[in-house]
Design a protein around this ligand. Structure first.
Ligand SMILES: [Zn+2]
Length: 216
């Protein structure tokens, strides 16, 4: 069973994938990890991806898809896996379907963990870090004992420009614009299941599991 996890940054895909992996044994395959492993392992695809990754440019789709196909043909993915981080656009979804079809495989289900943009802005813009020791805090989920001060070393915490609410909102809006056609694509194929990503982690996990089990 090949599952694609979809959701905006901050929706909790990583957390849910980790929970599901423990319960179902389905490996969590992220593009970040694929790039790191292929580059570290010196594979042909890794060598092709390296200059893009190192310069922060987008890795071309055919390289990423090549890595995905390699990864899902490994023994631990024999029973399926959860893809996270790819596809991110309609073009990528089409290319992935085509490549999978060539191997006699297909995406069975996509799970969209939906969270309202305002909530995501709250989650993502609450991040503060310590310029001295690198500790990271979150206003709501992991606040420092004294507001604005690092627990470890007592330095004054800073907020990166990228983590300020306006910047976060702009980033989310760009992401959403790419995500919407992707959701429509999988919805039309009858493969999309939506799980609310708001509320406690366990509640979200129940909704995601229901999607996985095809109960909805
Ligand atoms: Zn510190």
């Amino acid at each position: 069973m090949y599952v694609v996890l979809l959701g905006l940054p901050g929706a909790g895909k990583g957390t849910q994938a980790a929970l599901l992996k423990d319960e179902t044994g389905l490996p969590h395959v992220t593009t970040g990890e694929l790039f790191r492993e292929n580059i570290r392992g010196g594979t042909d695809l890794g060598k092709q991806a390296q200059p893009f990754v190192e310069s922060g440019r987008l890795v071309p789709d055919e390289i990423t898809i090549g890595m995905l196909l390699d990864r899902i043909s490994q023994p631990d993915c024999a029973g399926g896996c959860m893809l996270d981080g790819f596809p991110r656009s309609l073009e990528q979804a089409r290319a992935l379907d085509e490549a999978l079809a060539g191997k006699g495989k297909r995406i069975d289900r996509t799970i969209y963990i939906s969270v309202a943009t305002d909530e995501l802005v709250c989650r993502l813009s609450g991040r503060w870090s310590c310029p001295n020791c690198g500790a990271v805090y979150n206003e709501t989920s992991r606040p420092p004992r004294t507001p604005g001060i690092c627990d470890n070393c007592g330095s004054r915490l800073e907020q990166r420009k990228d983590d300020r609410p306006e910047a976060v909102r702009t980033r989310l809006e760009v992401n959403l614009k790419n995500l919407e056609p992707l959701l429509d694509y999988y919805r039309t194929q009858g493969k999309l299941c939506e799980a609310s990503g708001e509320g406690p982690v366990e509640e979200v996990a129940r909704a995601v599991r229901a999607c996985l089990e095809g109960e909805r």
